[in-house]
Design a protein around this ligand. Sequence first.
Ligand SMILES: [Zn+2]
Length: 82
Amino acid sequence: MSAAGTPGARATTHTCPGCGAPGVARDRYACRPCWARLPWKYRDRIMTTWRARQTHNADSSHLVAHHHAMRDAEDWYTNHTK
Ligand SMILES: [Zn+2]
């Protein structure tokens, strides 16, 4: 994953899919605690598809795969809220 951000880069953030906390950096899927509690297989899938997406930018199938990985993780959070 990329580091904390390049100066001048878009500073957009989103809401954490696990707890709803705002301010999650654009290149992160969830806030730190939520990312930590997500099972490894979900994290691995998100990171793998994310990397493929960076490498094969023109191929939209990687974008779709990444979206599916994130959607499945969102389902996991929905079923595993405290
Ligand atoms: Zn969270």
